[in-house]
Design a protein around this ligand. Structure first.
Ligand SMILES: Cc1ncc(COP(=O)(O)O)c(C=O)c1O
Length: 476
């Protein structure tokens, strides 16, 4: 070793170690490691003055700044004291050895991608997603304006995305709203939660479709609201009685969830009259309306109402990806400050990260191209599933064709309980759901909710083989 004796103010003229330039560890870290080891082992004595940075840099053949960096790091860690220009000396650290953590063996983290089970509901086919085009949008933002990925911005969301959505809902859903009426949320579920939080007080009544979207009930209960159910008939959800005193009603008028029909125009009008009369709000959950396969798209109820007493909710979960977690709310102008206040209190949940790229993806036309392609492919898959159900499963029930959505309801004949079939289907690896599970008070619902858009035709055929066996055994 280079030092000659221990003691205060003793100059250490040389440290006598070499650097390994083949080593992946940066040079400054190699210097730190060598000094730490010598200090801890006592080879460098307490109080000893380290070689001047210039001299050590010459000795090791590195830039002086590399040595300064190493010394400053050791100052920060408490091994040495001093500063550049005044010299550095070894601190007292006693005989304490730094305890090395015992080596731990970690189980490798599973890296499997999420593959939805056959017939799971509401799953887009992510194998057909235009990753390259999306990647180009993301890469451009990273290169040109990376700050957009992390920008705090407005609680209402990225201004460009709000503009893109305003023009999207105008073109596709007949909504005439400015970007200032659009709020970006972390999905439709988050938008539903925001609407209820801003428009109601704990103890208020809220009317929900029965059968309906299950998580919504939990949102209502979590907010201390009183849930009342509105039944669904052939014309769509029924208008709540004035006696129920509902402050808001949540509807899926374009495509009732989970039954699948569209609300009749007359019934829509009745709801708008109810809202005008009672001062209640209609919250329109338009979660998958882009997937209408026959006829013209049904305009949103909020457009019909001129965004007067209707709040409109859309989502990119079905059109883009369930994992993106981006949705939006289009609100009457007068409600925007109320919603904004509510968001300020809780903080916005939508991540800033994908918003600018999503806006560019929409404006570039890629989103519309993707949507048109998916609509064509999903239509063929649904047609295939419906044809096979009609041709081969009529002994067990029937499946009405509503010409829309990402799932089909197969109504079972009495005596074939949907819950039992779904339990067996789950054991066989299928993801279908019992229709009765979506009901609270509604009686007589007995069917299978079959998602089919994420499956190609051979996958649908294989799934149906398993389902046929289960149904055959249940009715044998
Ligand atoms: C009727 C309905 N509303 C809302 C949602 C929630 O959508 P998001 O994934 O955008 O939160 C879903 C999800 O499937 C749904 O089916």
């Amino acid at each position: 070793m280079s030092h000659t004796a221990a003691g205060d103010e003793q100059n250490i003229s040389s440290l006598a170690f070499t650097l390994d330039r083949e080593n992946a560890l940066p040079l400054f870290e190699q210097i730190c490691a060598a000094l730490r080891q010598r200090i801890v082992s006592g080879t460098l004595p307490e109080g000893g003055r380290l070689p001047a940075t210039r001299n050590l840099a010459i000795e090791l053949g590195v830039a002086r700044s590399t040595v300064v960096c190493a010394y400053e790091q050791l100052v920060a860690e408490g091994y040495i004291s001093g500063r550049q220009g005044a010299g550095y000396s070894v601190c007292a650290i006693g005989q304490v050895e730094i305890q090395k953590a015992a080596p731990r063996v970690f189980q490798p983290v599973e890296e499997t991608s999420h593959v939805p089970r056959p017939f799971s509901g509401g799953e887009p086919d992510m194998r057909l997603f235009p990753y390259r085009q999306w990647g180009r949008c993301v890469a451009r933002i990273c290169r040109v304006s990376p700050e957009k990925l992390l920008e705090a911005g407005s609680v209402l969301g990225n201004a460009c995305l709000r503009r893109s959505i305003a023009s999207y809902v105008a073109d596709w859903r007949g909504l005439s709203a400015g970007p200032d009426q659009v709020i970006i949320t972390a999905g439709a579920g988050d938008a539903l939660e925001l609407c209820l939080r801003a428009l109601t007080q704990p103890g208020d009544a809220v009317a929900l479709e029965d059968p309906g979207y299950l998580p919504l009930r939990r949102i209502v209960e979590r907010q201390g609201l009183l849930r009342s159910s509105v039944p669904v008939d052939d014309l769509g959800a029924c208008v709540p009685s004035d006696k129920a005193g509902a402050k808001a009603v949540v509807l899926t008028p374009s495509h009732q969830f989970p039954l699948g029909g569209a609300m009749a125009p007359g019934r829509r009008l009745e709801f708008l009259e109810w809202a005008g009369r009672s001062g209640g709000w209609v919250i329109e959950d338009d979660y998958d309306s882009e997937f209408r396969y026959a006829g013209r798209p049904i305009p949103a109820m909020a457009g019909f109402d001129g965004l007067n007493r209707t709040l409109y909710i859309g989502s990119f979960s079905k059109t883009f990806s369930n994992r993106l977690r981006v949705g939006y709310l289009v609100a009457p102008e007068a409600l925007v400050p109320v919603l904004k206040n509510s968001l300020r209190r809780t903080g916005a949940r939508a991540s800033a990260m994908p918003q600018q790229a999503l806006s560019e993806f929409i404006d570039s036309g890629e989103f519309y191209r993707h949507l048109r392609r998916m609509r064509r492919i999903y239509a063929e898959r649904r047609k295939h599933l419906l044809a096979r159900l009609t041709a081969e499963f009529s002994a067990f029930g029937h499946a009405p064709d509503h010409g829309a959505g990402m799932q089909i309801v197969f109504h079972l004949k009495p005596g074939i309980p949907d819950t039992q079939i779904c339990t067996q289907a789950e054991a066989a690896g299928l993801g279908l759901q019992p229709l009765s599970g979506f009901a609270v008070e509604a009686c007589g619902l007995n069917g299978l909710v079959l998602g089919c858009c994420h499956m190609d035709e051979p996958e649908i055929d294989r799934g149906l083989e398993r389902l046929a066996q289960i149904l055959g055994q249940a009715t044998a």
